[in-house]
Design a protein around this ligand. Sequence first.
Ligand code: ATR
Length: 275
Amino acid sequence: MINLNKNIYYAVFGNPINHSKSPKIHNFFLKKYDLNEKYIRICASKKFFLTEILSFFKNGGKGANITLPFKEKVYSICTNLTKRAKISGSINTLKKNYIGEIIGDNTDGIGLLTDLKFKNLINKNDNILILGAGGAARGIIYPLLKFGCNIYITNRTIKKAQILSKKFRKFGYIKCLKLHQLNKNKFQIIINATSAGISNNSPLVIPSDIFNKKIICYDMFYGNTDTFFMKFCKKLGATRVYNGIGMLVNQAAHSFFLWTNIFPNIKNILDILKN
Ligand code: ATR
């Protein structure tokens, strides 16, 4: 049973969750806008996480973020979904509305796209390679296709990448590639959407010849230092290598907006996290 006291109304649920910077970001926003409320991290049980999330809302919770490995499975407790959550089949934000319904949303895609645009990294017609076919990948495909990019997707379990490329092809160009087919294509951006980094593993054995000085490597994962994927890309000659902090802050801003109707200014929190 989750005991909500001391003004705790928001939480992030995941397992593991210690690495999460979401409490820092949201508590900064809550304080900045004079809301006397708090946001905590909750390491949810892999078996009973749905009951735990429901109990959180029953006990006064107003909003939650959902991270790995629950982004797809949390679907079943939502009364309503936003369009982007429905299309992606992945949820990173929940809100309890004024009549007690749980609304599921996905702000990952808009968060990533905003950061890529802000950093001037993305152009229409870019070929983007996505590594991974779990909830994180699901959340970003639709906005990238809508922006006008071509998506190539590969995954350790190739069947899951095939399912995603079938699901999203009505929205734009998306193709599933096996590892040995990667070097027959030219990519402008590689995005790591696997959860391998959480255990400090290399996501996949990517052929080294797809890397060059110009290619943009973006890890949706983040840490205080370079992630495994970032080090791997740099070793193979990439120089334009980024972690997912910018995406994290942008997706958090959109979640915060859903909960409070306030779209927070992210500049200060980006500076705080960078330092
Ligand atoms: P999330 O919701 O964060 O995407 P997920 O649904 O558990 O989490 O998906 C994790 C993704 O990371 C999957 O694509 C997974 O590959 P599989 O589909 O083969 O399981 C990928 N992944 C996790 N650990 C990995 C590793 N060590 N090497 C390569 N891929 C990995």
